[in-house]
Design a binder for this molecule. Sequence first.
Ligand code: MG
Length: 274
Amino acid sequence: MKAMAVGVMLGVGDDPAESLRKVKEVGVDNAQMGCPPDAYLSGEKFEQLKNAIADAGITVTAVFCGFAGESYADISTVQKTVGLVPAKTRSERLNKSKMIADFANGLGVKEVCAHIGFVPEDPSEPLYQEVVEATREICDRCAANGQVFGLETGQESAAALKRFIEDVARPNLKVNFDPANMILYGSGEPIAALGVLQGYVVSCHCKDGTWPTAPGQLGTETPLGQGDVGIDQFVAKLKEIGYQGYLTIEREITGDQQKQDIIAAREFLEELRG
Ligand code: MG
């Protein structure tokens, strides 16, 4: 691959062919894949999907885990519903994560990513150790597949995430750096955060947004270049740390506006990257 090749985050709906067409429409040839419907994880539909990706000439650069029952409505809902933090759903979500890792491996994809949820900032909380153990289980399955496991940033400060990664102590535990999430969750200034986490960053989301305006609320996602990230500084910092991965555009809206915003983001990133 070309270093800092521009790609897109691909949500896979009930018609993967349609999703693949959308990737090509915005003028890129690589994508991270959102969690596909269960039917596509194995068997005949898996083979269809694999063939469709090959036919489209698209490189899938990472696959994201996603879980039934998650909601990103506001910060307390995220705390209660997202990732490996909620105890009630943890073991089923661990199993699903391992299935996703195997699914990705079947596609030849060597990175698996997830939002694991709000890791407690206080490592003496029992929940902290439980999430460490759960993360190790996923890392170990990924390692058996020759994969890295990338944690999406945003829900913790960079320092807390770095300490968590060190405590998990698995060499294949990495970071998918999303600068907008640092802002949307009010977790810290993203360019400085990228500096703190630089040794772990294997992939990133090029997304923008504005800071929350009320406690407990999330900030607002914007088209790339119109939020508070400072995308020019973000790309400059990626270059400074010697980042060699993809620039994956993420725009979490739907429809024609999403397509237009992604095309504009691609052109902007290509210009910044040089
Ligand atoms: Mg993201």
